[in-house]
Ligand binder design. Sequence first.
Ligand SMILES: [Zn+2]
Length: 72
Amino acid sequence: MTTAVATRELSAMDRCDRCGAQAYVRVVLGSGELLFCGHHARQHEAQLRPIAAEWQDETGRLQEKSPALADD
Ligand SMILES: [Zn+2]
């Protein structure tokens, strides 16, 4: 399945689908896309990464921000 999904940088508007914290990981699946905070990305990575069409990980940017605001 080839779907043209433009890679874009995640912003403060992107929220984790699980907890509502700011999302730093975008996972593109055949059925759509999921957004996760760093915490939930790690929690779901083992399950989702093998089936993900794209795994956009911007958790590296967490280092540039205040840790108090970076995760849930
Ligand atoms: Zn989360």
